[in-house]
Write a protein that binds this ligand. Structure first.
Ligand code: NAD
Ligand code: ZN
Length: 415
């Protein structure tokens, strides 16, 4: 990273965007141009929560954030939330450790400046950075069916930007690694423009920031993949944030019965708010869960969505759907050596098994529509938000998640 080419610019953290937002429309335009001139092309110094070592509390540091390069945008993050994937890579068990690193991938913010070649975003746009992208130009992006972009598909090993492999973050010239191309635990971040969804500027970013990852994964698994018909029964395996989002999808689709399956009975109380009315704890039954569910539903559920990551639950979720029409959708990420084993007759008897990544949503094309569902009061987000902390107390968000107390904890930047 070449720092000396740019004048260093220290920014007041509550800064320009907030004041710019409170202006009338005419003033907004004037403010916007003033805003562009003040930081575009400059290095910005701001606060970021840096992870120096696996499993150690994040440390609030002043970092330098370089201007966006080709096909990149620099975003002022206003709200971010913590997801299990951050915690998993923070713990760095079973992966190549990459530190120091700035985590964070669920967030909402405002574009501060754009790099060369970015034509669909401009300073002032309200956006959600997304951990997986849409280049718009590969066979997957051209396919109506896929969201698994060749260029910008999730890559947990990459610590720099695609354009040049370099990091845009540094402390005293020492680079700090990116995470999932988003690194939202920083007041400013640089993201590939293909990983940025432009959303309705009226949408409250402190709520819709959770749409960036887990919420859309579960919601889309039900609405886009399982596709229950009105009145049908849906079993949700795993009642964590992703499973509860899948249940929210079932509620929106008008499911007649939503059956929650979890080994942890504490999850059942919370799940009632999400329209889950019947519960099965596999530990409380001598019979296989498939059989328990078949007996409850006269032969099997119409749809099931697995959100656990347990291979047993994946097999159960498939075998508990009704023959003739049942559809099971796998969302959980299994362990490396797991293998899915079922008798082929279960498939021949016209059960369908599917899997999905990010709820089959194309990040740029479809995520603005999920935000609109919230704006139209079709989708409820508030019930997912159990905690809020200021950025300076970000480590508390990790504690809540590790203790299993939170569904989503919103981290307010600039606080
Ligand atoms: P979570 O840990 O909060 O919830 C998982 C729940 O599953 C827990 O309540 C746990 O008690 C329950 N569970 C575990 N084993 C079970 C079993 N055998 N039977 C019944 N319940 C069981 O996790 P989360 O954040 O909600 O994520 C759920 C899964 O989704 C994870 O595997 C995660 O990696 C995966 N995920 C997938 C995608 C994707 O795009 N496919 C995206 C994000 C997350
Ligand atoms: Zn693509």
């Amino acid at each position: 990273m070449v720092i000396c080419q740019h004048t260093l610019f220290t920014i007041n953290t509550h800064s320009l965007i907030f004041s710019h937002l409170s202006q009338s429309n005419t003033n907004k335009t004037q403010r916007r141009s003033k805003f562009i001139m003040s930081t575009t092309g400059q290095i910005i110094r701001c606060k970021a929560a840096v992870c120096w070592e696996a499993g150690k509390p994040l440390v609030m540091e002043e970092v330098e954030v370089a201007p966006p390069q080709k096909h990149e945008v620099r975003i002022k993050i206003l709200f971010t939330s913590l997801c299990h994937t951050d915690v998993y890579f923070w713990e760095a068990k079973g992966q190549t450790p990459l530190f120091p690193r700035i985590f964070g991938h669920e967030a909402g913010g405002i574009v501060e400046s754009v790099g060369e070649g970015v034509t669909d975003l401009q300073p002032g746009d309200h956006v959600l950075p997304i951990f997986t992208g849409e280049c718009g130009d590969c066979p997957h992006c051209h396919s109506e069916e896929s969201n698994m972009c060749d260029l910008l598909r999730i890559n947990t090993e990459r610590g720099g930007m695609i354009h040049d492999g370099e990091s845009r973050f540094s402390i005293n010239g020492k680079p700090i690694y990116h995470f999932l191309g988003t690194s939202t635990f920083s007041e400013y971040t640089v993201v590939h423009s293909g990983q940025v969804a432009k959303i309705n500027p009226e949408a409250p970013l402190d709520k819709v920031c959770i749409v960036s990852c887990g919420l859309s994964t579960g919601l889309g698994a039900t609405l886009n993949v399982a596709k229950p018909k009105k009145g049908q029964s849906v079993a949700i395996f795993g009642l964590g944030a992703v499973g509860l989002a899948a249940a929210e999808g079932a509620r929106i689709a008008g499911a007649g019965r939503i059956i929650g399956v979890d080994l942890n009975p504490k999850r059942f109380e919370e799940a009632k708010k999400f329209g889950v009315t019947e519960f099965v704890n596999p530990k409380e039954h001598d019979k296989p869960v498939q059989q328990v569910i078949a007996e409850m539903t006269n032969g099997g559920v119409d749809r099931s969505v697995e959100c656990t990551g347990s291979i047993q639950a994946m097999i159960q979720a498939f075998e508990c759907v009704h023959d003739g029409w049942g559809v099971a959708v796998l969302v959980g990420v299994p362990s490396k050596d797991d293998a899915f084993k079922t008798h082929p007759m279960n498939l021949l008897n016209e059960r369908t098994l599917k899997g999905t990544f990010f709820g089959n949503y194309k990040p740029k094309t479809d995520i603005p529509g999920v935000v609109e569902k919230y704006m139209n009061k079709e989708l409820e987000l508030e019930k997912f938000i159990t905690h809020t902390v200021p950025f300076s107390e970000i480590n508390k968000a990790f504690d809540y998640m590790l203790k299993g107390e939170s569904i989503r904890c919103i981290i307010t930047m600039g606080a």
